[in-house]
Design a protein around this ligand. Structure first.
Ligand SMILES: Cc1cc2nc3c(=O)[nH]c(=O)nc-3n(C[C@H](O)[C@H](O)[C@H](O)COP(=O)(O)O)c2cc1C
Length: 356
């Protein structure tokens, strides 16, 4: 997800789950071919398994970009056929490619010819006035004829005129049964569903019907759910708590800080880690207010963690509200200079308006 699932975010998510496949932000072919590749494609091997999502429609450019991506170490090349933003439409890629299944198939054939890792498609079920039954099956069948075997389907149309990218993630109605029918009709294909799935529990019924579930906003806003993926979905023993994930992530953070990466570039992805738990607000406040100060380091993380564990201790004695107040006081006693404001901090404010 653009602006969200950067390398720092993905390293955090990998600390929570070893098995979930992680995806990059969409990177356009123009950026891959002419931009600062190390900045755009660089990542840590600790993020694997990792897919690179490309945006583009020119088969030769996609093939060249895919090869570069494979050389960088990505284990899958995915083509975006779902982004509805105006910028993307003017470049004739993203969701508007739902209208050009032959071009998508040609592009996928070119990508497949250029790399040895899997080449996959992430698409919508249709755009505008298309009949989704027709547009989805046509796109999938043309690409399958070109050798593509894995499709991630965002189970709603994109309306290319009149809706913002954000509205296009919520307003067009979801049609999960259509995606299930696609799998029933094409059982040889790997079909992964996406769109509006807010928890692992909500993902489970889809896994009875399909090969996988992609979580977007839920994984970002409540990353703690990823700590249960390996246990619940992949059958491993035990879940990874947010605290354990932070300990795994800490060496990565230390390494990045040493390279000059600001703490906030990493801590901004951590705000939802304690979502719904005592101390969650203090955690967010400390990371947000303290984490953006120049020179902020791991001491901010420790302070925020202390606030959470203080709040957990208080719950048994005084309930969540009391616990939260106490843990803020506790954190302040420990020298937090945070300006704690009355209004809650909105975790959901950041991010790109354009991505999809
Ligand atoms: C900030 C943001 C950026 C996104 N960027 C991308 C992107 O680069 N590529 C993509 O395929 N989808 C992108 N998406 C869409 C998500 O991948 C996903 O398809 C959509 O949010 C619906 O799934 P969800 O309900 O699980 O979030 C983005 C979504 C958001 C909120």
């Amino acid at each position: 997800m653009m602006d969200w699932t950067d390398r720092h975010c993905r390293s955090l998510h990998r600390a929570l789950t070893r098995h979930a496949l992680l995806y990059s932000e969409m990177v356009t072919t123009g950026a891959v071919l002419h931009g600062d590749r190390d900045r755009l494609l660089g990542h840590d091997a600790g993020e694997y398994p990792l897919a690179l999502q490309l945006g583009g429609s020119d088969p030769a450019d996609l093939a060249a970009s895919a090869r570069i991506g494979e050389d960088f170490g990505y284990q899958e090349i995915n083509l975006n056929v779902g982004c509805p933003s105006d910028r993307v439409q003017s470049g004739r890629f993203g969701a508007c490619l739902m209208r050009e299944p032959d071009l998508v198939a040609e592009a996928m054939a070119a990508i497949r010819g250029a790399v040895s890792v899997p080449a996959t498609v992430k698409c919508r079920i249709g755009v505008d006035d298309q009949d989704p039954e027709e547009s989805l099956f046509t796109l999938v069948d043309r690409c399958a004829a070109a050798g593509v075997t894995t499709f991630i389907v965002h189970a709603r149309k994109a309306w290319l005129k009149g809706l913002s990218p954000k509205q296009n993630r919520d307003v067009p109605p979801l049609d999960y049964p259509l995606v299930w029918r696609l799998k029933q009709a094409r059982p040889e294909l790997t079909i992964v569903i996406n769109g509006g799935i807010g928890s692992l529990e909500a993902a489970l019924p889809h896994l009875d019907q399909l090969d996988g579930v992609m979580l977007g906003r839920a994984a970002y806003h409540t990353p703690d759910l990823l700590g249960r993926v390996d246990q619940l979905i992949f059958g491993e023993a035990g879940e990874v708590t947010p605290e354990a994930a932070i300990e795994r992530y800490r060496p990565y953070m230390a390494g990045q800080l040493a390279l000059g990466t600001p703490l906030a570039a990493m801590s901004r992805h951590m705000l939802g880690l304690f979502h719904g738990r005592p101390g969650a607000r203090a955690w967010r406040r400390i990371l947000t207010v303290e984490g953006i100060r120049p020179g902020a380091g791991l001491e901010v993380l420790d302070l925020a963690l202390a606030a959470v564990s203080g709040a957990q201790g208080q719950v048994g004695r005084g309930g969540v509200e009391t616990g939260e107040a106490a843990e803020i006081a506790h954190a302040q006693e420990r020298g937090v200079q945070a300006v704690i404001q009355d209004q809650g901090l909105d975790v959901f404010q950041m991010g790109s308006g354009d991505g999809d």
